[in-house]
Ligand binder design. Structure first.
Ligand SMILES: Nc1nc2c(ncn2[C@@H]2O[C@H](COP(=O)(O)OP(=O)(O)O)[C@@H](O)[C@H]2O)c(=O)[nH]1
Ligand SMILES: [Mg+2]
Length: 289
């Protein structure tokens, strides 16, 4: 979204809420996103569209390599998506169950998305950040790597399910491959797989194995770059360009646009929520260009 677009969308949102007196369910924003909308334009872009904020630091001939606006929702759409993640009496967000094998997974006929990545990449932290408007949901974030040894299922209202998967790599459970591979191959309601890559470290050999798995099963998947608050802008840009090159040249099923996030600054979290709402079929219109 161009910065002028940001201004336009904010204006449009405010006009809508003002015009309606009390905001309707569709256009109401969560309290925290209403605060985001009051931020100065530069800060707002950095928080909501981190990839676009970085664009200005790229030399012109590297810009075409990055896919910045394939998924380019308005602030109004992002505000609508926030409502799906806000716990209310009618929109219950809760931990459902854990499973070590697919046959133990809950059988709700709902669209599902899962989060995979190596141990310590930030899967549980990301899910916790996605659920910041449902603070009573307990998502365990470990200090020691390899903590999540089961698939953990979370229900988001009546709309979709999120799954925190066990990590691969360091101290991964022995039956990780069986568990994750079977899930990815056979879970019928799986709509999108989010493959988390540490933006400080870049793509590791283990990440490549996960990519191969997604490619082999022809899964639609998305690369989320975690911990973007930890690097200098220069290092982050270098990593992003390298990862983008990998996605452009070595993958078929990966969504071309990268999703950088930080669970410390919340950068990129709102955009990711909007993407999840989209891919689980909960928006009427498509927001892909
Ligand atoms: N600085 C920073 N640290 C993070 C971020 N996300 C996760 N971490 C830290 O990374 C470690 C592993 O996170 P966790 O969510 O447990 O990873 P998991 O094993 O993939 O579930 C924890 O110490 C988190 O606090 C982030 O965005 N920024
Ligand atoms: Mg975890």
């Amino acid at each position: 979204m161009a910065t002028s677009g940001v201004r336009f969308a904010v204006g449009r949102l405010f006009k809508l809420t003002r015009g309606l007196g009390r905001p309707s369910r569709v256009y109401s924003t969560s309290q925290s996103f209403a605060e985001v909308l009051r931020l100065p334009k530069r800060q707002l872009t950095k928080l909501v569209y981190p990839l676009q904020e970085l664009e200005q630091y790229l030399v012109p001939d590297t810009r075409p390599d990055l896919h910045l606006r394939i998924f380019d929702p308005s602030l109004e759409d992002i505000a609508r998506a926030e409502n799906f993640f806000a716990a209310t009496t009618t929109n219950r967000i809760e931990y459902l169950s854990s499973a070590v094998r697919l046959s133990h997974a809950p059988e709700l006929p709902r669209p599902e998305v899962c989060f995979i990545g190596r141990s310590n990449v930030g899967k549980s932290s990301l899910i916790k950040a996605l659920f910041s408007l449902a603070p009573e949901v307990e998502v365990r974030v470990s200090r020691k790597p390899g903590h999540t040894k089961k698939m953990n299922f979370f229900k988001v209202g009546k709309c979709f399910i999120l799954v925190d998967m066990p990590g691969y790599g360091y101290r991964a459970p022995e039956d990780f491959v069986d568990m994750v591979e079977t899930y990815l191959k056979e879970r019928r309601n799986l709509k999108r797989t989010f493959l988390l890559v540490d933006s400080v470290v870049g793509i590791t050999e283990n990440d490549k194995i996960a990519v191969e798995m997604c490619e082999e099963f022809s899964l639609p998947y998305v690369m989320v770059l975690t911990k973007i608050d930890k690097s200098s802008k220069g290092h982050l840009l270098k990593q992003i360009l390298q990862i983008q090159k990998f996605v452009n040249t070595k993958t078929q099923g990966c969504f071309p646009q990268l999703f950088p996030v930080s669970t410390v600054t919340y950068s990129g979290i709102h955009l990711l929520k909007c993407f999840i709402v989209n891919v689980t079929g909960n928006f009427n219109g498509s927001h892909f260009k």
